[in-house]
Structures are given as C-alpha cells and as structure tokens.
Design a protein around this ligand. Structure first.
Ligand SMILES: [Fe+2]
Length: 202
C-alpha cells in the first residue's frame, strides 16, 4: 500500500499550510530545525518513529503523509454527487469513491479520473424504453480500444455496468432518479453527461 515515504515537498507544503516555521515544527517533535530543513530539502528522511507525531503535527493521517497526497473531505458521510472513478491502467480495475481518497492498484496510485463532455467519437445515445434508460455508444469495442464501463448516478446510488472488448457498448438502467451518466474509454478516458429529469405530468 505504501507507494513512497514522507517526501520533503509534502512536509514543506503541509507545514506552510499549517502556518508553522521549521523551528515550530521541530519543537513539536523534540528535534532540531536543522533536521526539518534536511527533510524538506531531500537530504534526509524522518525516522519511522517520528512519522506518527509528524503526521499529527501537520494535521494529516499517516497514510496521507506517506502517500504524498492529502485528502480533504469536509463531509465525512460522503456525497454521491462527488463520486470519483479510479481506473487502473494495468489491470483495468475500477474503484469508485464518494470523496477524495488515495487508491492504489497494481502498485500504482490511481488519480481520480477527470470526466469530460463527450466528443463525437464518444457520444452516447439515451433512449427511454418503458421504465428503463437504454444507453448505447457507437464506439469501437476491439481488444485494444473499447468502452470498459457505463455507469448511472442517482441521488443515492451508482449502478455500474462493466463492458468487455468484442461485446456491445450498451447498458440498461432503471430510469428513476438518474442524474448523470458516466462512461470510460480505455484510451480516451472518462466522459459524463447529465440526464434531464422528465417533468411529471400535471
Ligand atoms: Fe475511445
């Protein structure tokens, strides 16, 4: 799980965000400011016994400090509308989260995919069929270039349909409450489109 060790750049950034001087941080850890300066300039690493107090002094968790990424989720309960997709470029694993997190797979840290508005090659067709939405793409589905999933986001849930090369680029979703669709091309990344809610008939 550990991808790296507490880096100098990370320590410096967190220290500055906390408004601490090197001397103030050093004092909290009963070490010298010279030591902190060494860490921050990459001339040394904090001893493993200092990692916990260092993380506490910088106001982050140990995994955040060690991964070099800090997480700022204000809403601990999470929020479906902030759903993030992390896709492993090596094995194709898909990990979704309801807030920022550090995710790793196959030994690499996976950034959250940034969803874009679809271009022509990645456009979806959305057809209501009875109480379902039928979503299709005309994108190729070859072994090397394909759409690997289509997902529908509702107020309180996410339904993800896994697609496979040589299969068809389509998915059906219960249409109630769908707010947005997401789909992922292994070469071109994540796309999204809002789903307009049908006005209830008077
Ligand atoms: Fe593509």
């Amino acid at each position: 799980m550990m991808n790296s060790y507490a880096t100098g750049a990370m320590i410096r950034r967190l220290r500055e965000e906390k408004g601490l001087t090197q001397a103030e941080l050093a004092e909290k850890l009963y070490i010298s400011d010279k030591t902190v300066s060494k860490w921050e300039t990459g001339k040394g690493y904090p001893d493993i016994t200092l990692i916990e107090p260092l993380a506490a002094a910088l106001g982050v968790s140990v995994p955040e400090l060690l991964s070099g990424e800090n997480i700022s989720n204000r809403n601990r309960a999470g929020n479906m509308q902030r759903t993030l997709f992390h896709v492993c470029p090596v094995c194709g694993n898909i990990i979704t989260s309801v807030g920022e997190c550090v995710v790793s797979c196959c030994g690499i840290t996976l950034p959250a995919q940034e969803a874009e508005a679809p271009d022509e090659a990645h456009a979806v067709t959305v057809d209501p069929v009875e109480d379902e939405l039928y979503v299709t793409l005309s994108h190729e589905m070859t072994k090397s270039h394909y759409v690997s999933f289509i997902a529908a986001l509702t107020f309180d849930g996410l339904k993800l349909v896994k697609l496979y090369p040589e299969g068809s680029a389509e998915a059906r979703f219960k249409s109630g409450g769908i707010r947005a669709l997401y789909w992922y091309c292994n070469h071109h990344g994540l796309f999204t489109q809002r789903v307009e809610r049908k006005r209830p008939r008077a």
